[in-house]
Design a protein around this ligand. Structure first.
Ligand code: NDP
Ligand code: GDR
Length: 360
């Protein structure tokens, strides 16, 4: 762990601390002098890879990063953790966060993502922390679902298109309700897709950048993808967690869109990732027959596999972050093109290093 920042006397609790955003947010808050408590799930293998660099031995004096076992589906456990750490700020990032998986596990997704948020808000009430504890809810651009208008802002109507989005819709409204009913400082961050080298391997950007690196190194033959036409507003996760923190520093709680305002088709992200490892792609065919060919060799490198199609799809997301610009002073910095390059080069570096280690 890097030398400690002077304490700012504040305590934060992060659910989902082992995930992409949890890891970046924990870094940011520790840097700012917070004592950070995180909830991790019991798992049969290690799930703390993203936070290893800030792990502290439980016996260390003045620890700034403390982990608790917990689960969003267990209210007594959540109440106990909130009671023991008495947080000034709770960031609720834990969720079954994969849209396609939510069609396979809809009930569990509702339990963890919808009722999980309610459990935490109730913990705040039960413990009488309404005036002390500020609450951030990881809401999502998936709430917009079927396109009603673009770009999507805080005023755009919601139309969820998956069990995941429907669960997050409940969480969104219960946060608004507890803010209005009990005066809790509770905010929704309606975050558009944000990625990084820490992104889970089954989300499309990371799946693409890992495959481009592996194909370049001759470790993988082809990349199979679903809907290449879907368009997403992709930003960098490190910048988005700063926006979460800014929301909880405002005098009055509110809901904010964080986005770049630029949208990109999945197909273009694929082209960029391959370009960054020196492979030019050429597309031929349509629909499920569409294939990406290596221009130099004529080999097929990308194919469409209908197993990755979703029963209902979100075709177009493009966010309007004007409110966050004006009120939080938040703005994205990394372009989607730079983001793709950072991710693929990092995957390439990690794969090359592990190959060298194996040889050694
Ligand atoms: P990840 O999938 O990387 O992380 C999710 C985290 O939640 C992990 O720490 C995971 O634990 C934990 N978790 C899952 N289920 C439970 C449970 N039942 N109890 C306790 N913890 C659980 O997601 P991201 O970091 O990308 O996203 C963070 C949040 O923001 C999520 O709520 C997501 O839905 C939301 N969001 C994400 C966006 C994005 O583009 N990344 C955009 C908008 C919203 P484990 O490591 O053990 O799996
Ligand atoms: P999303 O992210 O569903 O937007 O949810 P994901 O990267 O999974 O999909 C983005 C788009 O790419 C299309 N796609 C594929 N997706 C995956 N995962 N795998 C494929 O092979 C593939 N081929 C094409 C998808 O159909 C989709 O249109 C993410 C999550 O982080 C949510 O938790 C978060 O709320 C939203 O972003 C905002």
């Amino acid at each position: 762990m890097t030398p400690k920042a002077p304490s700012n006397g504040k305590i934060a609790l992060i659910t989902g601390v082992t995930g992409q955003d949890g890891a970046y947010l924990a870094d940011l808050l520790i840097e700012k002098g917070y004592t950070v408590h995180g909830i991790k799930r019991r798992s049969s293998s290690f799930n703390t890879g993203r936070i290893e660099h800030i792990y502290q031995h439980p016996h260390e004096t003045d620890p700034r990063f403390i982990l608790h076992y917990g689960d969003m589906t267990d209210s007594t456990n959540l109440i106990r953790i909130v009671q023991s750490c008495q947080p000034d700020e709770i960031y609720n990032l834990a969720a079954q966060s994969h849209v396609q998986v939510s069609f396979e596990t809809p009930e569990y997704t509702a339990n963890a993502d919808a009722i999980g948020a309610l459990r935490l808000l109730e913990a705040i009430r039960i413990l009488g922390l309404e005036k002390k504890t500020r609450f951030y809810q990881a809401s999502t651009s998936e709430l917009y679902g079927l396109v009603q208008e673009v770009p999507q802002s805080e005023k755009t109507p919601f139309y969820p298109r998956s069990p995941y989005a429907a669960a997050k819709l409940y969480a969104y409204w219960i946060v608004v309700n507890y803010r209005e009913a009990y005066g809790i400082h509770a905010s929704n961050g309606i975050l558009f897709n944000h990625e990084s080298p820490l992104r889970g391997e089954t989300f499309v950007t990371r799946k693409i950048t890992r495959a481009a690196a592996a194909i370049k190194l001759g470790r993988q033959g082809k990349l199979f993808l679903g809907n290449l036409d879907a368009k997403r507003d992709w930003g960098h996760a490190r910048e988005y967690v700063r926006g979460m923190w800014l929301m909880l520093q405002q005098e009055v709680a509110d809901d904010y869109v964080l986005a770049t305002g630029e949208t990109t088709p999945v197909r273009t992200f694929v082209e960029w990732a391959f370009e960054d490892v020196g492979i030019a792609l050429e597309w031929k065919g349509e629909g499920v027959e569409e294939k990406g060919y290596d221009k130099a060799t004529g080999n097929v490198l990308v194919e469409v596999d209908p197993r990755y199609f979703r029963p209902t799809e979100v075709e177009l997301l493009i966010g309007n972050p004007a409110k966050a610009h004006a009120k939080l002073g938040w703005k994205h910095e990394t372009s989607v093109r730079e983001l793709a390059r950072e991710m693929v080069l990092e995957d390439l570096r990690v794969m090359q290093t592990s190959a060298i280690m194996k040889e050694a």
